[in-house]
Write a protein that binds this ligand. Structure first.
Ligand code: ATP
Length: 321
């Protein structure tokens, strides 16, 4: 199991990026969403602890001094030559402004500091990420996985309706609130299909969760794919990972380098589904992990799949401490 835990941290393999496109212009503070309370400045917030570190930034637990409410503050710092990362952050802010759904982590405000940092004030997700939950519990029961999948599908349905491709669905981007409800987070690699951030495909995601058409567009006709099917593929990987307790597309002892991932994702036979899984889970994962994006299950189809619709109880991850 130590090996499995170690391997969880080896998946952030990245694709190289095409050149950046002009970022949307946002300066100082911008309020997000119609129901956002008024956050005047960063000085209204007191830093409590560090919640985690990601690519290019740190997430803090903060307290609003006036109301004593607790939030998460994601602070992104940029090197002078980090044009691409700054661009992605600008995209993230642009996307967050348009998003208001119970299945998506809410962003309440975006600040820019004098030092050029970008700060996203978000709802605090008390129970951390699905990645943390898997590190703690190793595997999840099927009814819990089904609940996670349903919430991710509902979140994707909402996003895709806004023409937004998430592009980086993976366990560390699925956060759990105090009620045990899972929400989609982290729009750092999302793209708006029609809008300000669509010129060229500047998105990158974690290779391990990427679909064949994103990894090898030539072979899998990625140039004609709209990107929505890629989010479904990633969900399929997450569902299997929750069931088997490790990254599911390559063997436990295998090094998850680019070549191994490329072979597993883009070539070979149909994926073997775990024998101990129910027929519903196996069929659901198969529909998500269909290599040809045109034949893959859609979000609408999968919301109606027996793995989701026949779920026995509404359990989510209520037992994660
Ligand atoms: N709103 C939040 N509430 C509580 N914890 C959070 C919140 N947002 C992020 N975190 C924690 O901070 C960690 C880092 O988050 P961040 O979005 O910066 O990076 P990441 O998604 O883990 O990695 P990457 O940047 O490579 O995608 C997360 O894994 C999670 O544990």
């Amino acid at each position: 199991m130590t090996l499995v835990r170690e391997r969880r941290h080896h998946h952030a393999l990245r694709l190289s990026l095409p050149p950046p496109i002009p970022a949307p212009d946002f300066r100082h503070r911008s309020q997000v969403g119609p129901t956002s309370p008024d956050f005047e400045s960063l000085a209204d917030l007191e830093k409590l602890t560090v919640l985690g570190h990601g690519n290019g930034g740190t997430v803090y637990k903060v307290r609003h001094r006036k109301s004593a409410s607790v939030y998460a503050l994601k602070v992104l710092r940029f090197d002078e030559d980090a044009t691409v990362i700054r661009h992605q952050a600008a995209c993230e802010a642009e996307i967050l402004k348009r998003v208001d759904s119970p299945f998506i982590v809410k962003c309440l405000a975006v600040f820019e500091t004098i030092g050029g940092e970008l700060c996203f004030l978000m709802e605090h997700m008390e129970r951390g990420s699905l990645h943390d939950a898997l590190c703690l519990r190793e595997i999840l029961q099927e009814d819990i996985i089904s609940g996670v999948a349903e919430r991710v599908l509902r979140g994707l349905h909402y996003l895709h309706g806004l023409q937004i491709v998430h592009g980086d669905i993976k366990p560390s981007n699925l956060l759990i609130d105090g009620n045990g409800d899972v929400k989609i987070a982290d729009f750092g690699v999302s793209k708006i299909v029609v809008g300000t951030c669509n010129a060229g495909d500047t998105c990158m995601g974690t290779c391990a969760y990427m679909s064949p058409e994103r990894i090898d567009p030539e072979r899998w006709d990625g140039d004609n794919a709209d990107g929505f099917a890629g989010d479904v593929w990633s969900l399929g990987v997450v569902v299997l990972e929750c069931f088997v307790g490790h990254y599911p597309l390559i063997g436990i002892g295998e090094k998850p380098d680019w070549a191994a991932l490329m072979c597993a994702i883009c070539f070979g036979e149909r994926f073997e589904m775990p024998e101990t899984a129910s027929p519903e889970l196996r069929s659901f994962a198969r529909r998500c992990l269909e290599r040809d994006w045109r034949k893959r299950g859609t979000v609408v189809e999968l919301l109606d799949h027996p793995f989701i619709s026949n779920r026995k109880c509404g359990d989510l991850i209520r037992t994660v401490e």
